[in-house]
Design a protein around this ligand. Structure first.
Ligand code: ATP
Length: 313
C-alpha cells in the first residue's frame, strides 16, 4: 500500500459532565461522545521527510509543523513501532477548527490509522488508543466512533450500545474559535461564584440518556442532552445565545453548545427538518456556516488504498 486515505468524523458530546479539577490541571469528565458524518480526510504516503499540506477549513491558521496533531500522531506511532516516520500527509479539512468538534483530534486519529496501514504495523485499536490518549483526550474515541462514554479526562472510552436509530443533526459554526482551556477556566470561575451548575452525581442523567438512545423519539433524546461547558462558552461568547434561539425557532428539537464551543449543534426531527434548520440558520447571520450530518457513524478507517507506480494517479 503506497497511498492510504482515511476519512474521520467530527464528534459532538450528547452529554458532558465536568467534575472537579484534578491535581494535574485536567477536570474529571463523564461524557457521551457521538460521531457525526462531517469528515476530515487524511492521505499519507512515504516521503523523504515528514511534511503536511492541507486545504479547506482553517487553511492559514492550522500549524503545518510538529505542532499539528496529525504530525504528532505520526511521530508517536513511529516511536512506538520503530517505523521510519518520513511521510507526506495531506489534510482535507471540513471540520471547523477550534469549534468544539475535535477536528484536530480527529486528524490525529486518522493519521494513526493511516500510518498503521501504510507501515503494516498492525496494531489493534486498543493499542492505537493507548498512543492516542497521550496526544489528546478526544483522540481515542475517534478511533472507534459510534456513540461511547468517555471517562477520566475523556480518554477512557467504552461503547454505548443504542438501537439502530439514525439521528439528524445540524452544526452551526461560529466565526473564530474558543480556546478549550479558557472555557474550562471560565466554568471554574462561574462555579466559584455560584453561577454555574456544580459537579453532580450524574448516574440518573446518564441512564436517561442511554434509555433515550434506545427509543426512536428525537424529543426524548433532545430532553436528555446536557453540556456543563455550555454556560461557560455562552459567558465568553454571549452571541451564541442568538444562534441557539434561531435554531429552536427554525424547528430544532433541541440545541446546545458543542463541547467547548463555539459551534452549536441542533437535533432535528428528520432529514427534511435538518435541511430547513440549516438553511434558516445560514441566512440568519448568527453563524458562519451550517452543515447537516447524521450520527452515529464509524470512526477513522481506511477508505481507499491504492498502489501507485511511478507517481501520482
Ligand atoms: P476540542 O473540542 O478537542 O477541544 P476543538 O474542535 O475545539 O477541539 P480543534 O479544531 O481540534 O479544536 O483545534 C484546536 C487547536 O489545535 C487549533 O487552534 C489548532 O491551532 C490546533 N491544531 C493542531 N493540529 C490541528 C489540526 N490537525 N487541525 C486543527 N487544529 C489543529
Amino acid at each position: 500500500m503506497s497511498v492510504v486515505r482515511v476519512p474521520v468524523p467530527a464528534k459532538i458530546n450528547l452529554y458532558l459532565g465536568v467534575g472537579p479539577r484534578r491535581g494535574d490541571g485536567y477536570h474529571e469528565l463523564t461524557t457521551v461522545y457521538h460521531a457525526i458524518g462531517l469528515y476530515d480526510e487524511i492521505t499519507v504516503r512515504r516521503g523523504g521527510t515528514t511534511a503536511i499540506t492541507m486545504d479547506g477549513e482553517g487553511e492559514g491558521d492550522v500549524p503545518l509543523d510538529g505542532r499539528n496533531l496529525a504530525v504528532r500522531a505520526v511521530n508517536a506511532l513511529a516511536a512506538r513501532t520503530g517505523a521510519d516516520p518520513r511521510v507526506l500527509l495531506h489534510l482535507r479539512k471540513r471540520i471547523p477548527v477550534a469549534g468544539g468538534l475535535a477536528g484536530g483530534s480527529a486528524d490525529a486519529a486518522a493519521a494513526l490509522v493511516a500510518c498503521d496501514a501504510l507501515w503494516r504495523t498492525g496494531l489493534s485499536r486498543p493499542e492505537l488508543a493507548r498512543i492516542a490518549a497521550r496526544i489528546g483526550s478526544d483522540v481515542p474515541f475517534l478511533l472507534y466512533g459510534g456513540t461511547a462514554v468517555g471517562t477520566g479526562r475523556g480518554e477512557l472510552v467504552e461503547p454505548v450500545t443504542g438501537g439502530d436509530q439514525v439521528w439528524h443533526w445540524v452544526v452551526a459554526a461560529a466565526d473564530g474559535g474558543l480556546s478549550t482551556p479558557a472555557v474550562y477556566a471560565e466554568l471554574d470561575r462561574l462555579r466559584d461564584e455560584g453561577l454555574a451548575r456544580p459537579p453532580q452525581v450524574i448516574g440518573a442523567e446518564l441512564d436517561r440518556l442511554y434509555a433515550a438512545l434506545r427509543q426512536d423519539d428525537p424529543v426524548v433524546l433532545g430532553a436528555a442532552l446536557h453540556n456543563d461547558l455550555g454556560a461557560a462558552a455562552l459567558s465568553l461568547r454571549p452571541s451564541l445565545r442568538d444562534t441557539l434561539d434561531e435554531g429552536l425557532v427554525a424547528g430544532a428539537v433541541a440545541g446546545m453548545v458543542s463541547g467547548s464551543g463555539p459551534s452549536c449543534v441542533f437535533l432535528a426531527a428528520d432529514a427534511d427538518a435538518s435541511e430547513r434548520i440549516a438553511e434558516r440558520l445560514a441566512s440568519s447571520g448568527t453563524c458562519r456556516l451550517t452543515r447537516t450530518a447524521t450520527g452515529p457513524v464509524p470512526g477513522a478507517s481506511v477508505r481507499v488504498a491504492a498502489t501507485v507506480y511511478g507517481g501520482e494517479r
